[in-house]
Ligand binder design. Structure first.
Ligand SMILES: Nc1ncnc2c1ncn2[C@@H]1O[C@H](COP(=O)(O)OP(=O)(O)O)[C@@H](O)[C@H]1O
Ligand SMILES: [Mg+2]
Length: 294
């Protein structure tokens, strides 16, 4: 079982989008995945197709009431993964945890009693370096950091790296940085390019080559409670029809359809997401070219 904390104390950098879509991508590769929503906003819960106002128990009950994680897990049929949901109850947890014993290791302890043998556990962290994030860092094997390439991003990153170092010396000696993922990337933006170069200079091969571009379909998917793989299924079918049409027109088949042959690692799964988006962009261009009705 590999536990990855998807962390960045900045809000709106793509933590939840990465968590939900990575969970669905890994599940699509027949991995057993548990996604734990650690944000009181419950965006990962909604994005996984679960109505957060209707859930009776949540991760709050695990952290504060010592309820078993097994008892709160819900199956997300669309995404093919399991979810430990969250809602606004969790907002109080920070204050309540302060006076509890072993307050930093509650999540770690809960994970040790999981009944299912998950391949991956993904922790979608809140936008803060608070006690909940410290619980995530204490429980995790590694940290996946989504980054939006803008000016303040690097400043925030040094705080995060500082916190990871503290956790490493006090609570979790094994924690490492899995990788930095550039999200919401707009290559027309010069600053994004510069920040991106600086990131590579500081973190070297910890920075994924794969970049998640700003893409409207990714932003739309959560409002339908679906990961991009499911939200775009119809479009992938359309894509298939389109390639047939292309062949009839003696147009060479695009190499992108090899996405089904991708290998297993997390890095490759990032490629998986990106390739899907590439297919989408390509389809749009082809539709225009062939003037096909959508
Ligand atoms: N690659 C992307 N392209 C377009 N919109 C995105 C992308 N990634 C995230 N978003 C949107 O940006 C907002 C913030 O993303 P989110 O994943 O919730 O960030 P975080 O969890 O770090 O706060 C959401 O509305 C989300 O739908
Ligand atoms: Mg979030």
């Amino acid at each position: 079982m590999r536990i990855l904390a998807v962390t960045n104390q900045k809000g709106g950098v793509g933590k939840t989008t990465t968590s939900v879509n990575l969970a669905a991508s890994l599940a699509a590769k027949n991995k057993l995945v548990l996604l734990i929503d650690l944000d009181p906003q419950g965006n990962a819960t909604t994005g996984s197709g679960i109505d957060k106002s209707a859930i009776k128990t949540s991760i709050y009950d695990v952290l504060i009431q010592s309820k078993s994680l097994n008892d709160i897990v819900i199956q997300c049929e669309r995404g093919g993964f399991d979810l430990a949901p969250s809602n606004r109850n969790l907002a109080g947890a920070e204050v309540e945890l302060v006076n509890e014993s072993k307050r930093e290791t509650r999540l770690k302890a809960a994970l040790q009693h999981l009944k299912k043998d998950y391949d991956y556990v993904l922790l979608d962290c809140p936008p803060a370096l608070n006690l909940i994030t410290v619980n995530a860092l204490t429980a995790a094997d590694a940290v996946l950091i989504p980054m939006q390439c803008e000016y303040y991003a690097l400043e925030g990153l040094s705080d995060l790296v500082g916190t990871i170092k503290k956790v490493r010396s006090n609570l979790n000696p094994h924690i490492e940085i899995e990788g930095l993922l550039k999200t919401l990337f707009d290559k027309r933006n010069m600053l994004a390019q510069q920040v991106s170069d600086q990131l590579t200079a500081h973190f070297g091969d910890k920075v994924y080559e794969t970049i998640i571009p700003r893409n409207i379909r990714l932003a739309e998917a959560p409002s339908h409670g679906m990961p991009i793989l499911m939200y775009d299924r119809s479009f992938i079918t359309r894509c298939g029809c389109l390639f047939k049409t292309c062949r009839r027109n003696h147009t060479k088949r695009n190499e992108e359809v090899t996405w089904l042959n991708l290998k297993d690692s997390v890095e490759d799964l990032m490629h998986y997401c990106q390739t899907l988006m590439k297919i989408h962009q390509r389809t749009k261009a082809l539709y225009k070219h062939y003037r096909l009705a959508t």
